[in-house]
Design a protein around this ligand. Sequence first.
Ligand code: 3PG
Length: 301
Amino acid sequence: MNCAVIGLGRMGSAIVYRLLKAGHAVVGYDPSAQARQEAATVGATIVSTLEECAHHAQIMWLMVPAGPIVDQVLRELLPHLNAGAVVIDGGNSKFSDSIRRFQELKSVGIEFLDCGTSGGLHGKEIGFSLMIGGDIQAFQKVEPIFTAIAAPQGYGLVGPSGCGHYVKMVHNGIEYALLQSYAEGLQLLNEGEFKDLDLAKITNIWQHGSIIRSWILELTHEILKKDQKLEKISGTIAESGTGSWTVEEAHKQKVPVKLIEDALEIRAWSRESGGNYATKLVALMRNAFGGHALGMKNPPK
Ligand code: 3PG
């Protein structure tokens, strides 16, 4: 299929890579020269306008930061799209924005799918987990695109418009609590009753057969193998907004989300106070799976 990928950051480039590998004809667009250059290294044909994207393809995969940029791209793209074109927002947009965009595009004959994309840096090789919301006809029309990008069995239509980003938002809320939980346990082992425990060894044992083995734990083990003291690591944890949306939504629906809320508050506390051993670990985990920037307390000279 012909597809254009708009936004060629880490995730966008990985999407291009997987589409090309599956034999699709892909063009990529990004206003940043550096992003364009990096995407060219995975084999993307780079175009310099959104108009060219629309000339090449009737399937547009958006991988741009959530918020007004998505609307701006859609405004510029729209005059060049034909009826029946499908726009897929694969970023972390707010689900209510996605419902609005679906309706706006539908009124001019353009299909819109919202797609929560999980997998971070490693999705490039092993495939992503894709949670898709929208009309089934549009989903079926572009399904080979999802098959190419996803891990085996790692995609599906989860509900109507907005539902893909809603499910991804909740996925991220779960992620906040999970990261914090691993990190707190490891802080207790590091600072508790038994001194000088080998946390790399312990996390490796946990990875083999234990109930709490996981991808996050595997990455945490790799982190601890390199450095267990974390003295030079900043304990401040950033966030992209999905965790606080999860809590807001849960409050609206009167569903208790105590652990997710605590994890969110600890992130805010870490940014005020500089954090502790556990928040350093969470920051390192985000960096390991998502490439999210890491502050260094004493940056190397
Ligand atoms: C993401 O989905 O981009 C992150 O992996 C999780 O969200 P965060 O950036 O808010 O931690």
